[in-house]
Design a protein around this ligand. Sequence first.
Ligand code: NAD
Length: 394
Amino acid sequence: YQVIAMNYNFFAPQQICFGWGRFQETGDLAASLGTRAFIINGSRSLESSGVIEELRQLLSRASIKSEFIRTISNEPEVSDVDQTTNLLRHWGAGAGDFLIGIGGGSGIDLAKAASAMITNQESDTVLDYLEGVGRGLKLTESPLPLLAIPTTAGTGSEATKNAVISSYAPPFKKSLRAEEMIPDIVLCDPQLACSVPPEITARTGMDAITQLLESYISCRAQPIPQALCLQGLKLAIPALPEAVENGNSRRGREAMAHAALLSGIALANSGLGMAHGVAPALGIHCKISHGLACAMMLPATLQANLSVRQQEYGEIYRFLYPDQTLSVEQAAESLITEIQQLNDRIHIPRRLSEVGVSQAQIPDLVASSRGNSMSGNPRQIPDGELTQILESLL
Ligand code: NAD
């Protein structure tokens, strides 16, 4: 047997409450975090369907005051974080207060960033704290407590220590990161995802699958995340088409919500790889949503790492299909085929040109792909090779 990285730190949320219908427990859970909640919502649909109003009632029944801060409908930008922090200051947020981030990765990331910015006041803008841009300030104070309620079954942001923040001018997508930013409590009620439309279910679900695969093969892979990745993949690969094709499928939504949560825990500890390296670049330069970008890059990423991770692909495939008697080489190839077929079944486009990417954008895409995620890829992908890979996907 092979032993990997038997020397590690492992981070996860302090408390995870997972279960169908457990949104009703929000008040009791939140009571341990403070007496006044600031709600940041990641989807207009949660407002129009009455989920936000219900959240406020549940809090009120537990004697928790709530202030509705804002709804965000796009991936959060620097200005969103700064405006949200200003609103929190306006409300006098401080001791005894906490934040609730409800929604997909966008809403949860905005809540994570604002909860850190309200206590770290060396600069008025989050720009100065983002990795590799601004003044390079460090977060020194603990964020306000945070309850994360995920609703998309994708990013796993509810379990990670970073918030991804975008800027279009100048173009970058960077993280605000600190171990203390892992939400204090995660309330994951898979029923909340039933209203997510099929296309978004497909894209966000492939983000989770990409995270599970990239964490498993990352050059920073660790034993606990690897075990979680296998469980997550076994759930998500059959469940994603079910959740896309029947949004009310309890089985499909539960499996995807659980897989996404596991993918967040895995990536927070093991890092990611090439697909997540390129995805922010596709988001910033070509306005492609994060999940779609990951999904489109995943087969090529697996192919690019086959030479150094054949054994791991084989392990994953054999775990997924223990009855099949295939050699490691065959199992590894089968995994890549399986992922491409999954993408095809849930209507993820194969060609980057289909989603508006042009040849002229490739140099910018390559230059913007060198973030933290790319550094987890199992082997170095030089600029020339990344250019060829992106050209082959046009
Ligand atoms: P999202 O949060 O942007 O949501 C996508 C769409 O789904 C939005 O239109 C939203 O309104 C809608 N939606 C959300 N919940 C819904 C519901 N219950 N019913 C109906 N519609 C709903 O998408 P996402 O993929 O979850 O998050 C993407 C963001 O997360 C990106 O900025 C990405 O970079 C970031 N991200 C963060 C981490 C992290 O660890 N912090 C990890 C991966 C990705």
